[in-house]
Design a protein around this ligand. Structure first.
Ligand code: WT7
Length: 657
């Protein structure tokens, strides 16, 4: 077994301000350690306490964790609750009906505010409409919608009647949508006529029609359409219904259907490494507990905060930190239909100013592209906006390189706001390894320490712990309430993929490489294990080489992959986006040499890229992830055969090939 080598060291540490510590829910490291100690002492008691304090139960649970069918774990199994009741009714009953739940800003800047009382009425009407269309408890409903109040209403309405939703991101192609509808066995599809992006209308209903015509979708008896733009669409009488017509015919009360804690709240598809989508199945009780609890801990949420998570409801971040977590707490949140770059790259900063956002959560990819934009055009620099409302900043989805972290900290957070670099996955349901803003001293580029109750560790390929300072495989040693319950309809894939026999069969395999700092024990994510490069017998994670490249003042973004090489086994190929325009010819050759020397100096000769290619951008999913799989094909000179329908910018592939 050869370990993954860790080659970077980050010396900067930012301790939380005394004021931040004093006001925090988890106040100081001693408080964090006390929670960890409670979990270590009485694991089930710890989780049971949180579940009782955080959620309203229709039937209290007596059982906590059942490991008898491991790795098919159950939590709070004999308890019953309703997620929608927890997100809506209980706040209205507590007298908070007039509190704003959602501040919705459309692509064109129009703002709609919805109170908890309004949202409850809208969800109840739509829940009644679903029932009238024959949707029953346990049925699956696919939601293929833009970022919208209606999208959240559709999710909550499913939860209210005990139907399991599966949200498919609105950027997916008809083929991807068809595969998901078929795999999950949906009986109904909720969509919109069109969606608005950058002032342009894009089709949704037309793609949904194509998807349903592709076969295997006979079970879909109803297509329910939100009228977003009024654009032209085809209509199948009997099958198709307007969302507003169905809902307005209904009463605005609908009793929430109690479900068992293990009842599948949703299935969310994530592309597995083999490409075939995997339906990640989540529970109701354990999932909702963690979505709410982590928002309280990680973002130190308080009732007067204005929370804004920029993710789409088509991803897990939009499930946990838009559709469920904030509503379960009774929070006020901003929901945004548009994109960060329209009408210009100052949109995020302008919206933070306008809505007085206090807690802001976005992706490193977005930050890096806004750094590049504000370097090129001072008018969209965050310094031009009043961001003084901000209290805490967060990142998710990819490692954030220290240089981007520092920029975010200084320019967006005014050196005042802690940054929570939250490591987690679709499968984990909520945050797993992250700083706590009023406790953890921050180190740029590190997601720091596991949340209380999360038994994260780093092991070698046989499942043995590795010492701090040595890179290895990130695992979680004990089940936790919000974890994936199954791969929809494929239990073997769940068991072998997440609890592989090679690691002993009981460790949850996250698929990321990681290292813990020798002194602090802090975790740093080194990239996906599948992306690890092997150069002359040295195993290198992608993150550190990329970080070294981005530390160069000329570089905006970088992605690194391996390519087979006769002498070194694998050679490093780097795809680089400069802050200035894309260099060509001699200039590109000179810059590539300079950057090679730079990496040699920052990390060592072993990590020097053999090939450096410049582009105006990198291929990214609209959730902000760099598609290294595509870059690997390009590096090898292969044709792209993968589905590129979720790519934000497919044209970029020509430039990089
Ligand atoms: C993978 C999970 C988590 C919700 C959105 C993405 C990478 C995620 C971080 C972070 C380094 C991160 C990991 C992880 N990742 N957050 N803070 N630092 N890497 O969910 O699509 O399931 O992706 O995203 O590689 O395994 P996902």
């Amino acid at each position: 077994m050869s370990a993954i080598e860790s080659v970077l060291h980050e010396p900067r540490v930012f301790a939380p301000a005394a004021q931040t510590v004093a006001n925090a829910t988890v106040s100081g490291m001693a408080a964090y350690e006390a929670l960890c100690a409670e979990a270590a002492r009485d694991y089930e008691g710890f989780w049971a306490r949180l579940a009782r304090e955080t959620l309203a139960w229709h039937t209290p649970f007596a059982k906590v964790l059942d490991e008898s069918k491991a790795p098919f774990y159950t939590w709070f199994e004999d308890g019953e609750l309703n997620a929608s009741y927890n997100c809506l009714d209980r706040h209205v009953e507590a007298g908070h009906g007039e509190r704003v739940a959602i501040i919705f800003e459309a692509d064109d800047g129009a703002v709609t505010r919805v109170t908890y009382r309004d949202l409850l009425a809208r969800v109840s009407r739509f829940a009644n409409a679903l029932k009238q269309r024959g949707v029953k408890k346990g049925d699956r409903v696919v939601i293929y919608m833009p970022m919208s109040i209606e999208g959240i209403v559709a999710m909550q309405a499913c939860a209210r009647i005990g139907a399991t939703h599966s949200v498919v991101f609105g950027g997916f192609s008809s083929k991807s949508l068809n595969e998901r509808v078929v795999d999950v066995g949906a009986v109904a599809l909720v969509t919109a006529d069109e969606q608005m992006r950058r002032g342009k209308a894009l089709p949704l209903k037309r793609i949904a029609d194509e998807a349903l015509a592709m076969g295997g979708c006979d079970a879909v008896h109803s297509v329910i359409v939100d009228r977003r733009t009024g654009g032209d669409i085809d209509w199948i009488e009997g099958r198709d219904h307007w969302m507003h017509e169905l809902a307005h015919a209904q009463g605005e009360t609908c009793a929430p259907e109690p479900v068992g804690a293990e009842h599948p709240l949703f299935v969310l598809y994530t592309s597995g490494s083999t490409g075939a989508p995997k339906g990640v199945q989540h529970s109701t009780g354990g999932y909702l507990l963690w979505a709410a609890q982590t928002l309280k801990w990680t973002f130190d949420w308080k009732p007067d905060d204005i929370f804004w998570c920029t993710a789409d409801i088509g991803w897990i971040t939009g499930h946990s930190y838009i559709a469920y977590g904030p509503l379960a707490l009774g929070a006020t949140q901003v929901v945004f239909e548009g994109v960060p770059t329209w009408p210009d790259e100052g949109r995020f900063w302008q919206m933070i100013e306008k809505h007085k956002v206090t807690l802001f959560y976005t992706a490193p990819t977005a930050i890096r592209s806004l750094i590049k934009a504000s370097d090129a055009d001072a008018a969209v620099h965050p310094a031009r906006y009043d961001l003084s409302s901000l209290r805490i900043l967060g990142t998710v989805g990819e490692p954030i390189n220290p240089e981007a972290w520092i920029w975010y900290y200084e320019n967006v957070g005014g050196k005042r706001c802690p940054i929570v670099d939250t490591w987690w996955q679709t499968e984990t349901g909520g945050h797993m390894i992250t700083p706590l803003p009023g406790a953890t001293p921050l180190v740029p580029g590190s997601c720091t320490l596991p949340l209380p109750g999360i038994m994260a560790a780093i092991v070698d390929e046989t499942g043995q712990d590795v010492p701090n300072g040595q890179g290895g495989i990130l695992v979680v040693k004990r089940p936790w309430p919000a974890m994936i319950r199954n791969v929809w309809g494929q239990p073997e894939r769940y068991q072998s993929g997440y609890f592989p026999a090679e690691l002993g069969g009981t460790l949850y395999l996250a698929g990321d490489g990681s290292v813990r700092d020798k002194d602090s024990g802090y975790f740093t994510i080194m990239g996906r294990i599948d992306d690890v490069l092997n150069v002359s017998g040295h195993r290198l994670g992608t993150m550190e080489i990329e970080s070294a490249l981005v530390a160069n003042p000329l570089v905006a973004e970088a992605a690194v992959v391996g390519r087979p090489d006769d002498t070194t086994g694998e050679a490093v190929v780097a795809f680089v986006v400069l802050k200035a325009t894309r260099p060509q010819g001699d200039e590109a050759v000179k810059l590539a040499n300079d950057l090679r020397a730079w990496v040699g100096k920052e990390i060592g000769p072993i990590a020097k890229p053999k090939d450096i290619r410049f582009g105006e951008n990198l291929p990214k999913t609209r959730s902000g992830k760099i598609m290294r799989r595509l870059l690997r094909s390009l590096a090898k000179g292969e044709a792209i055969t993968q589905d590129v329908s979720t790519l934000e910018n497919p044209a970029i592939l020509d430039q990089l090939g």
